[in-house]
Write a protein that binds this ligand. Structure first.
Ligand code: CTP
Ligand code: MG
Length: 183
């Protein structure tokens, strides 16, 4: 039972990495990162779907979400994990969200290289890079927290549940006319 609670807690603490993507959809659209330039293969480096406003706005919204989770968890007398100080409460979601949106950019880069245009269906290439990069960023910048809370079961569980969550969120975004395609 304790193990299950532990995994659920790790998933809750991962919400900033998930929300960062929705934040990018809301704030995106300004200052295209690759400035319209092509890569050596003649295709766009990243495409029009990757903008600075989406990147920065997504990080900000992800970080604030993490702070809200921290506030709720500590007011309810249940401080989540070693998410102890206010510094951690800002840094950990910031690192997660920044990793998430960096991974999202990496995913788009790979999609362009294999010939999938902006907005084309990438399957796991839409769903995994952001999560994997969020883990890598945590490993690099918040290693103790990462090892304590995500190695290995929570990480595996998150990688399994992220694709259906990503899909569901994008269907909702599509129905709300925030996204042009339901993936
Ligand atoms: N977005 C953005 N900047 C980012 C990430 C996302 O502006 N760094 C916005 C864009 O408006 C984008 C939307 O969020 O169209 C959805 O993001 P995503 O699905 O990642 O982009 P796609 O348009 O599908 O492009 P790609 O094929 O490169 O994933
Ligand atoms: Mg997409």
């Amino acid at each position: 039972m304790n193990e299950i609670l532990f995994v659920i807690q790790s998933i809750i603490m991962f919400i900033p990495a998930l929300i960062a993507n929705s934040g990018a959809v809301i704030t995106g659209g300004h200052f295209i990162i690759d400035r319209g330039k092509n890569f050596i293969d003649g295709r766009r480096i990243l495409g029009n779907g990757k903008t600075l406003s989406g990147f920065a706005g997504g990080i900000a919204i992800g970080t604030v979400t993490g702070l809200i989770i921290y506030a709720i968890s500590s007011f309810s007398g249940y401080a989540l994990g070693s998410y102890g100080t206010l510094y951690d409460a800002v840094m950990i979601p910031f690192v997660m969200a920044t990793g998430s949106l960096t991974g999202d950019i990496a995913g788009s880069f790979v999609k362009r290289r294999i010939g999938i245009d902006r907005g084309g269906k990438g399957g796991l290439l839409d769903q995994w890079p952001f999560a994997l990069m969020a883990f890598l960023f945590m490993y690099v910048f918040e290693r103790q927290y990462f090892i304590q809370h995500y190695v290995y079961i929570p990480m595996i569980v998150i990688l399994i549940i992220v694709p259906p969550i990503h899909r569901a969120v994008n269907i909702i975004g599509y129905k709300m006319h925030k996204k042009d395609v339901p993936w």
